[in-house]
Write a protein that binds this ligand. Sequence first.
Ligand code: C5P
Length: 216
Amino acid sequence: MSPGKKRHVVVTAGPTREPIDPVRYLSNESSGRMGFEIAAAAARHGDRVTLIAGPVHLETPPGVHRVDVETALEMLREAREAFRGADALIMCAAVSDWRPKKRHRSKWRKESEGDQTTLELVKNPDILATLGKRKGDRLVIGFALETGSGLSRARAKLERKNADFIVLNDASVLGSTRTSVRILGRDGSRWDVKNRTKRQVAETLVGLEKPSLRIP
Ligand code: C5P
């Protein structure tokens, strides 16, 4: 990127919602707060920001272009489109790993089933891995929500998803305003950011530069 040029940063936030029928869906507990803080911090930093948000109850931060989506497939489409001309991707959304194979057109009636039934699921695409593959020298940051330490799993994600950084956090932070994270860099670097507000963590993440790759 040429010096002085405004960075275009794409941030994803919140959960995705995978419909079962017109009134039911699969989703998760993500509030979207961390991703919205990142988008806000990037805008304060002077970046052009596209925020791709799943269903959340949050105000759009000042100076941020927001695109609302519902499903993982919609998020992939919008993120791919926005990342095409962007300099960085911060993939904070809690994307549903699975979606129902079939979406019932009308309400799925219990009367149409016996005492047991099954909901067939198909895997959603991994947005971070898909876009990470074609990132070139652009900055890509992913998140890993783990229960327990999860360090080796987060390291494996760095490689598998071709990210420059993975931000490891614990499921206990869901919905709260404070958080502790461990930032793992592709160059082997590692920082612990403990008991900060999500706004403070967002400022740290927005300031990250692409790490130089460690020579094996
Ligand atoms: O594999 P896991 O879901 O733990 O990876 C988390 C990271 O991958 C997050 O950055 C999340 O936004 C991203 N992700 C994705 N598409 C998926 C699942 C996760 O981009 N289908």
